[in-house]
Design a protein around this ligand. Structure first.
Ligand code: ATP
Ligand code: MG
Length: 183
């Protein structure tokens, strides 16, 4: 499973529809300060269900919507889509039959978010479910940000265990059990 394309529109500094192709296994994003490199990572976290505005370096969820510049008016909606190549069936279970998996999230100024899985409207938890136990996810270890290594080193045993369970793919079953028990 590999992320092969990111599409942004109205998200932070990416006001016009922008497609970022990721054709290899190792990609570097370079550019001057303030050009939008971190915004791309924010977009990846956001579309996977991040619900904390602070984690996305904003004060409210609507802060991810392009809020205008000297030459452009603000827009009313932000949209981000991730397209994964799943030809190797890396995303298993019910998702293994899809050679390509697309997840998309939109938000409007009134704070209404909508999620789509391969073009079909779904819930946030459906998106979270796709990635549970894969190491991907808004807060998972597939995104290593500044400070995370030292947090890992200093983590309490139960925090470390959560990372190990995610790496081993156990977290998906634990979440299922938790859901069953609370139903
Ligand atoms: P650095 O190298 O300093 O880390 P960077 O390439 O990571 O820079 P980002 O933090 O991704 O830069 O982008 C910052 C830019 O995004 C700023 O110019 C900021 O004005 C712009 N920006 C952030 N949110 C919005 C928004 N909602 N609407 C318009 N522009 C935005
Ligand atoms: Mg940055």
């Amino acid at each position: 499973m590999r992320l092969k394309r990111i599409r942004l529109a109205g998200f932070k500094s990416f006001v016009d529809p922008t497609t970022i192709q990721l054709p290899g296994r190792l990609i570097g994003i370079v550019g001057p300060n303030g050009c939008g490199k971190s915004n791309v990572i924010d977009a990846v976290r956001w579309v996977m269900g991040e619900s904390s505005a602070k984690t996305l370096r904003g004060d409210s969820m609507a802060d991810v919507i392009f809020n205008g510049s000297t030459s452009r008016k603000p827009v009313g909606q932000a949209s981000v889509e991730l397209v994964f190549d799943n030809a190797d069936g890396g995303l298993g279970g019910q998702y293994a039959r899809f050679a390509e998996i697309s997840i998309r999230r939109t938000v409007t100024r009134d704070g209404q978010s909508a999620y789509y899985l391969n073009g079909t409207r779904c819930r946030r938890r459906d998106i979270m479910d796709v990635f549970l136990g894969t190491g991907l996810g808004p807060r998972s270890y597939s995104i290593i940000e500044q400070g995370m290594i030292s947090r890992l080193i200093e983590a309490r045993p139960e925090e470390l265990r959560a990372y190990l369970e995610e790496a081993a793919g156990i977290s998906r079953y634990k979440e299922r059990r938790r859901e069953t028990e609370t139903r």
